[in-house]
Design a protein around this ligand. Structure first.
Ligand code: IPE
Ligand code: IPE
Ligand code: MG
Length: 256
């Protein structure tokens, strides 16, 4: 048995590794990890417990993606709008990010995963920011999967930032207005070095994008999972990939 087959042993009734075509996997899978709070409150627990439980789900998704050979896994961890939450919840999340990253660094080494952050780290508490910066530099030489965590990320803010950078280049005479194209805009987004997501997963049944990767998901296939994020696991990831592989991606063309 291969490592992958072992990892995907003990299949539930409705899905198995054999249900996906390993030669046609999405290159970039992106996840809106939603439903931590509801997971906790439905159990009579504090919302914070949902965020803690969500870490296990992310670890399983990372390990599964590495085993499958996915190039890029991205995940929405904190939006520019999430600052509206109570100070208690925001503080907890910031502490949890730092603590989890330190605790999980061995996984990044073991799995050769390179960490990228999408978003503006400068607004984060110093310790959280420095921990992310440490994680980025420690894993910068890793050549396996890229884990791109969206932290203090907002798609509109990202587009504003790119627009300002391009306008600055034009103002300095370093860029012609005519030279601004889809590629140059893409190259000024946080995702500059990443392919666009092929598959976007949102958990907790919510049918919205919540300011996530608006430019990059122009042609992503969307899979809405009814599971709350802490219940997400390697099997739900396989179900999402199976659904993705059943789609007919036409990119505006017609089926051959
Ligand atoms: C997602 O879960 C995690 C973050 C946004 C940080 P939520 O905290 O949004 O959980 P719900 O949507 O309230 O259940
Ligand atoms: C999106 O979830 C942000 C993250 C998962 C980090 P939210 O829970 O913040 O989104 P809304 O408020 O339901 O749109
Ligand atoms: Mg939510």
């Amino acid at each position: 048995m291969s490592e992958l087959e072992l990892f995907y042993a003990d299949a539930p009734a409705d899905i198995a590794l054999a249900d996906v075509d390993l030669s046609r996997l999405p290159r970039h899978i992106s996840m809106i990890m939603d439903g931590n709070g509801r997971w906790a409150t439905s159990r009579g627990l504090d919302r914070s417990k949902g965020h803690v439980a969500g870490i296990d789900a992310l670890r399983d998704a990372i390990t599964a993606s590495v085993r499958l050979g996915i190039d890029v896994l991205s995940a929405y961890a904190f939006s520019t709008e999430n600052w509206k939450r109570s100070k208690v919840e925001v503080d907890l999340l910031m502490k949890l990010f730092a603590k989890t990253l330190v605790a999980e660094l061995p996984l990044f080494y073991q799995e050769n995963v390179r960490l990228e952050i999408l978003g503006d780290l400068s607004d984060l508490p110093k310790k959280t920011r420095e921990t992310f910066e440490y994680g980025i530099s420690e894993t910068s030489g890793h050549t396996g999967m890229v884990l791109a965590l969206a932290v203090n990320y907002g798609s509109r803010r990202e587009i504003v930032r790119a627009t300002r950078e391009l306008a600055g280049l034009v103002a300095q005479g370093e860029l012609d207005i005519e030279a601004i194209d889809e590629e140059s805009i893409s190259s000024h987004l946080y995702t500059a070095d990443l392919p666009d997501p092929d598959l976007l997963i949102r958990t907790s049944g919510e049918l919205r994008l919540s300011n996530y990767l608006l430019w990059q998901i122009a042609y992503s296939e969307i899979y809405v999972s009814q599971l709350l994020w802490p219940d997400f696991d390697r099997w739900e990831l396989l179900r999402a990939i199976r659904a993705y592989q059943a789609r007919d991606r036409r990119f505006g063309g017609v089926k051959a």
